[in-house]
Write a protein that binds this ligand. Structure first.
Ligand code: MIG
Length: 822
């Protein structure tokens, strides 16, 4: 009964929102009267006093801004943008009575004067890539007022023609399938435990998508942090539209034609993911919550006893004194430093959760200030140093009437920091000393939508004011960037506290640009097959949205799983960058051994394989850092000319070379696998397949179907139970020759911990192989970079069908060398 009422309410609200959002009723921007050209942009003045600005940032990147009914404000700021200074490329302008044409080496932007319509075309072929379906529009008459979060906003929107065969990717974390065609989405960071497919919005806001038609891709980043909407042809077959409940119509247009090129440009614009520490690629175990310290030790020793790989153990909210962030519960964790040292001897690091809610603890005026140098270890009654300091310095969010904003979260009545204040960010970052001094290796940001138990829609925060670079704006604008700024404060704090170590942060909520500061996980999933199946499109979609370091609670967070589900979940996540098993407080235990030896043995095998593949995974991760191309990819990213990949969301590729087709249904031991054109080797049997077709393969619980691209070389290291347990010696290059007998790769290595890689402290080793007669000749090029991995051996293994692999070994000479495999 309760459920059906809920469903009815949901259905009604969907219908009314759809009607409310008819953007054809909005006021269209007026026709162009005049325009002015400057060194990098063109400003169009319109009949209705609106202005439109096109800025040429690079030959494939143009920014479009519109200001309705008034000239542009002087302030132009976004928390998402990393690069504001671009070297203006060569471009030109020509005009006719009807239109103005802007041309770069790659793009033509045609601006029709009346009505004002923008069209993007390929500069070489003049083919239209993307065109306005109606002029940019705004809600001059307040038609949509009722649906706004904050009625003081003005809805702005742009509409594009929907291609008959156009496919859409991106928007970050969505509980949806890969291809977003004919669906619509809302962005409003929300705490949505146990979300199911179709639940929208969930935790993050990444207003960036790519469109792909006839193998040609473009991207649009609508950089507006207000609640935003994207409709990829759901409400109408004529148009795609996007809009927001306030702020500017401000978007960046990227031209590919390749998706990879768009992702690389998006990374330039919003920031490249820095290299995380190598240990972050290790297996991680979490639970809400492991305590006291002896329980933590028990879990770790169980891992070691059972010969299961583990690098990180997470402490969820119960390690704190009454959920006070930056404190330790002294009964549960009397000596956190000793604990972290003990774990370190077993190769395990600690990550602690940090929520944004600071317990509101009003103090008696007479009480003396805490002067301890380790306040995090002191009893926090009667004074809680974090609340004290924040209050004293005016760092907490306030309502418009000047009252402190008091949400209710885990510590009870709490306050939130105004992270738009630079001084508050610096203070918050510095507070992490409470962890780093105690040997904690990384920080896990949760509840940063920000979640408020009083009300999850944000209404309770409507009039909360943030400094916002002096703009003093309210929640409607700041909600979606709260987590980005909290992660930034955390990252920058860790950087200052431990300048010789790469910070490691995990976040639940986000806005575009988050990849500069944090990795992410997909929040409170269910321990169900449906939720597991969604891992694949969610991970690949995040990768296509500029977030390469992602993962999900392995086995699912809520509800009771099973051995089969957990095993299949590992067969998806053992190749995800973030591989952490985590479980809700009242759920059935889910560590790898909890369902018996049969499942544990299979899980062990995949975890061990992950650790062997670390040289390969790390190399692919570095590619994400450099180029923005994610590690965990949908096939369409590598094969965008192949329509068979456009909505394929039960397979993925790691980098360019390893295709994985997991089973995400119960009781299934065979499945269909689509292999793109080219030759593929079965990872387990070396059997060769010709791609471009669907094959039917065995997939018993022990085996996840995996295929290696012919022409690839996969570098692997020794088996390990934690990163750094052994030197990477030997590095084994597993060679999968193509039809011509060729294969190649470039291995990336660095020290795995320090920021030295930014100054050339890495080693790149290119290995190429060719068949000469019956033998194979391997050439190892002289390595690049100043990192020295020390003396070690290389092993070369040539895989071929139907015969034993051929092997040769040689010492790594540190310079160019040739090895013959007979
Ligand atoms: O209100 O810290 O998504 O991973 O275990 C729940 C307790 C708060 C939500 C996170 C989950 C975590 C839990 N948190």
């Amino acid at each position: 009964m309760k459920r059906s009422v809920l469903i009815l309410c949901l259905a009604l609200s969907v219908i009314s929102i759809a009607r409310a959002q008819d953007i054809t009723r909005l006021e269209k921007i007026g026709p162009v009267t005049t325009f002015t050209k400057s060194e990098k942009s063109v400003v169009f003045n319109c009949q209705d006093n609106s202005q439109v600005q096109l800025t040429i940032l690079s030959p494939d990147l143009v920014r479009v801004r519109a200001s309705f009914g008034k000239p542009f404000p002087t302030k132009d700021h976004s928390w998402a943008i990393a690069k504001t200074e671009w070297v203006t490329p060569r471009w030109s302008l020509s005009e006719t009575n009807e239109a103005v044409l802007i041309t770069t080496d790659e793009l033509e932007v045609l601006v029709r004067r009346s009505p004002l319509l923008i069209e993007f075309r390929n500069a070489k072929t003049h083919a239209v890539i993307n065109a306005d379906q109606q002029p940019m529009a705004y809600d001059a008459k307040g038609l949509l007022k009722e649906m706004l979060f904050d009625s003081r906003g003005t809805f702005v929107a742009a509409a594009k023609k929907l291609g008959f065969d156009e496919h859409f990717y991106g928007l970050g974390e969505k509980a949806a399938r890969l291809d977003k065609r004919r669906s619509s989405f809302v962005n409003w960071n929300s705490d949505t435990p146990g979300y199911l497919e179709g639940r929208d919005p969930i935790y993050q806001t990444i207003p960036f998508y790519t469109g792909l038609q006839n193998g040609d891709a473009y991207g649009i980043f609508f950089d507006n942090s207000y609640r935003s909407y994207f409709d990829f042809g759901k409400s109408s077959q004529q148009r795609v539209w996007f809009g927001a409940e306030g702020g500017e119509l401000n978007y960046y247009f990227f031209y590919g034609p390749s998706l990879k090129k768009i992702l690389s440009r998006y990374a330039d614009l919003t920031g490249h993911m820095p290299m995380p520490p190598l240990w972050a690629l290790g297996h991680q175990q979490s639970r809400w919550s492991y305590y006291p310290d002896t329980m933590v030790e028990e879990v770790v020793s169980e891992y070691r006893k059972r010969d299961l790989p583990l690098d990180v153990l997470h402490l969820d909210i119960d390690y704190m004194q009454g959920y006070r962030v930056f404190t330790w519960d002294r009964n549960r964790f009397p000596n956190p430093k000793a604990l972290s040292e003990k774990l370190a001897r077993q190769g395990v690091k600690l990550i602690t959760i940090v929520d944004p809610g600071v317990k509101q603890q009003q103090v008696a005026r007479s009480t003396a200030q805490v002067t301890s140098i380790t306040p995090e270890l002191e009893p926090q009654d009667p004074r809680y140093y974090v609340f004290d300091q924040g209050l004293l310095n005016n760092y907490f969010q306030k309502r418009e009437n000047g009252d402190l904003f008091v949400p209710r979260v885990w510590p009870g009545e709490s306050v939130f920091v105004d992270f738009t204040l630079p001084a508050a960010r610096e203070w918050w970052g510095g507070l992490h000393r409470a962890y780093t001094d105690n040997g904690v290796a990384g920080i896990w940001n949760d509840m940063n939508e920000p979640s408020d138990f009083v009300d999850q829609t944000g209404k309770n925060q409507l009039d909360v004011v943030s400094y916002d670079e002096g703009e003093k704006s309210t929640h409607a604008k700041n909600r979606n960037v709260f987590a980005l700024l909290m992660a930034r404060a955390t990252y920058e704090g860790l950087e200052r506290l431990r300048p010789n170590q790469r910070p490691y942060v995990i976040t639940r909520a986000a806005y575009s640009g988050i990849q500069r500061y944090s990795t992410m996980w997909t929040g409170d999933t269910n321990s169900t097959w449906d939720a597991l199946a969604m891992n694949i499109p969610m991970f690949t979609t995040l990768g296509l949205s500029g977030e390469p370091f992602i993962g999900s609670d392995v086995g699912g967070f809520m509800g009771r799983g099973s051995g089969e589900l957990l095993t299949r979940a590992y067969q998806v996540s053992f190749l995800a960058p973030f591989c952490r098993n985590h479980k809700v407080i009242d759920g059935y235990d889910q560590e790898p051994w909890r369902f018996g030896k049969y499942y544990e043995d299979i899980i062990r095998r995949y975890l061990k394989l992950r650790y062997q593949l670390l040289p390969f995974l790390y190399t692919t991760l570095e590619e994400a850092h450099q180029t923005g191309t994610p590690l965990f990819r949908p096939l369409v990213l590598n094969y965008q000319d192949d329509p068979n990949t456009y909505n394929l969301d039960d397979e993925f590729v790691i980098g360019n070379d390893l295709l994985v087709a997991p089973v995400v249904k119960p009781d299934v031991t065979r499945r269909l696998v689509y292999l793109p054109k080219g030759t593929w080797y079965d990872f387990w049997t070396n059997k060769k397949y010709e791609g471009g077709t669907m094959i039917n393969v065995d997939a018993p619980l022990e085996t996840v179907p995996m295929f290696v691209r012919a022409g690839a070389i996969i570098p692997v290291g020794p088996e390990m139970n934690y990163t750094g347990e052994k030197p990477q010696d030997p590095i084994t290059f597993i060679i999968y020759p193509d039809e011509q007998g060729l294969a190649s790769t470039t291995l990336y290595e660095d020290d795995g911990v320090s920021p030295a890689y930014k100054q050339g402290g890495f080693r790149r080793t290119t290995v190429s192989v060719k068949r000469v007669g019956l033998a194979y000749v391997v050439t190892v090029a002289a390595p690049q970079g100043s990192y020295n991995p020390g003396s070690r051996k290389f092993t070369f293994v040539v895989k071929s069908t139907g015969r034993a692999p051929r092997v040769a070994t040689a010492a790594d000479s540190g310079s160019e060398q040739t090895v013959r495999i007979n």
